[in-house]
Write a protein that binds this ligand. Structure first.
Ligand SMILES: Nc1nc2c(c(=O)[nH]1)N[C@H]1C(S)=C(S)[C@@H](COP(=O)(O)OP(=O)(O)OC[C@H]3O[C@@H](n4cnc5c(N)ncnc54)[C@H](O)[C@@H]3O)O[C@H]1N2
Ligand code: MOO
Length: 402
């Protein structure tokens, strides 16, 4: 059986980003920059005040000096004249620094006197409280690199760089085909021996959380011809996920069904738990991931393989999900040859360290335990028994937003 990291490498090996499109700035959140986004101006565009106060010449702004106010310059209304010796201009945060001035006296350090004069209560240092033109970024700088996931911070930055449109990668379309005679639509009557289809909506939610567009196909019965028929239009998608029918049983027919429409299998079976029967292959240009039917196995494969695959197809530079360190909240037995992913709760110790405690039952059909988990404890193949308090590697589920 293949290792998890080898499987990840093989899945990512031949994935390329989708095409590109232009979206409005407001629509760019959650997308991936398809080209470097270069500043169309300096930011700030001019030397501006960082405080409400007075534009002054530091040389004549010592404690006890008085200055004559020669004008006012609200933000957006630059002063047209010059700040001469012994004068100042009233201005505000964001006002352009007038010619002749080199510093800002904050209003708390000035007292208004009779007429148009102020008394300086505390002197200023040259350049104080000035935001220099271009100190954040300059015209032409690539402020957002190609491949960056655009979140709220990037949206703000792209706006500040004066762009209304953003080049992004097209959202990958991910088709989801669940299989199984026993699988029924959630919400309907579940016949004897049936089970509600949790995989299709769960995988669709995962796909959406990864920034791709899910396309749920009708559920296929355990019938190779039907599986082939339902997957036959797959060229319309960028990735095919199947769920169920991946194992060795007589009715596990996904490979046989997809084989009829040209599936070539790259690998089948990974040394991991849950998720052992994962299959990777291709139908024409479309990559295929055959997920196990057990829902927890499907979702763990989703985190380890679907997320990186969608990120790669979306053009993202950061592909795999990060691991963190935690302390074990309870002892664990030695592991076998499969890399294990134990559903666990997370808490904080008094010293702030994360403490991960595995749930006592780890059945890969138990969705409630999965939903109640804040982390997966990742145990390498053949890991020896571990004591409570030992350091372990975890994948945080609570920060993945899936
Ligand atoms: N003799 C062996 N049996 C099994 C092995 C093995 O190595 N040898 N592997 C086990 C492992 S590990 C897994 S994981 C499962 C995977 O099986 P399949 O991918 O073939 O999945 P199914 O048999 O179709 O279903 C498994 C389980 O999940 C339920 N299921 C299926 N689809 C859905 C759905 N859309 N929503 C909710 N639940 C679903 C199904 O009813 C079964 O209970 O194989 C083990 N067996
Ligand atoms: O690996 Mo299976 O995925 O144990 O349930």
């Amino acid at each position: 059986m293949l290792s998890v990291s080898e499987a990840q490498k093989r899945i990512l090996a031949d994935l390329t980003p989708t095409g590109t499109e232009l979206v409005s700035l407001a629509e760019s959140w959650g997308r991936v920059a398809a080209a470097p986004i270069c500043a169309r101006l300096d930011n700030p565009p001019a030397d501006v005040s960082a405080m409400d106060g007075y534009a002054v010449r530091a040389v004549d702004c010592r404690s006890g000096d008085t200055l004559r106010i020669v004008g006012e310059s609200p933000a957006g209304h630059p002063f047209q004249g010059q700040v001469e010796a012994g004068t100042c201009v009233r201005l505000y945060t964001g006002s352009v620094l007038p010619d002749g001035a080199d510093s800002i006296l904050i209003q708390e350090n000035a007292r208004t006197e009779a007429g148009d004069r102020i008394a300086v209560l505390s002197g200023v240092a040259t350049g104080q409280h000035i935001r220099r033109r271009g100190q954040d970024f300059a015209l032409g700088w690539p402020v957002v690199p190609e491949g960056r996931h655009i979140l709220a911070r990037e949206v703000g930055l792209i706006a500040a760089a004066n762009h209304a449109w953003v080049p992004v990668y097209r959202r990958p379309v991910v088709a989801i085909l669940s299989t199984g005679d026993e699988v029924s639509l959630p919400g309907g009557d579940i016949p004897p021996g049936g089970i509600a289809n949790s995989n299709a909506p769960m995988l669709a939610a995962l796909v959406r959380a990864c920034g791709a567009t899910p396309l749920i196909l009708p559920t296929a019965r355990d019938d190779a011809a039907e599986i082939a028929r339902l997957a036959s239009g797959i060229e319309a998608a960028d990735l095919l996920l199947t769920a169920g029918g991946a194992s060795v049983g007589r009715y596990d027919l996904v490979q046989e069904g997809l084989g009829r429409i040209g599936l070539s299998v790259d690998f089948w079976k990974i040394a991991m738990r849950p998720g052992k029967p994962l299959m990777h292959g291709r139908i024409g240009r479309v990559p295929v991931l055959g997920l196990p039917g057990n829902p927890v196995a499907a979702l763990v494969c989703g985190i380890l393989f679907i997320m990186p695959a969608i990120r790669a197809m979306s053009g993202r530079a950061d592909l795999t999900v990060d691991h963190d360190l935690a302390r074990l909240g309870s002892a664990l037995p030695a592991n076998d040859l499969r890399m294990d992913h134990l559903r666990a709760s997370l808490a904080r110790a008094d010293d702030g360290a994360l403490v991960a405690t595995a749930f006592s039952r780890q059945d890969s059909a138990m969705l409630r335990t999965l939903a109640d988990s804040q982390a997966l404890i990742v145990r390498p193949p053949h890991a020896p028994a571990a004591e409570r308090g030992e350091t372990c590697r975890i994948i945080r589920l609570d920060t993945l937003f899936i």
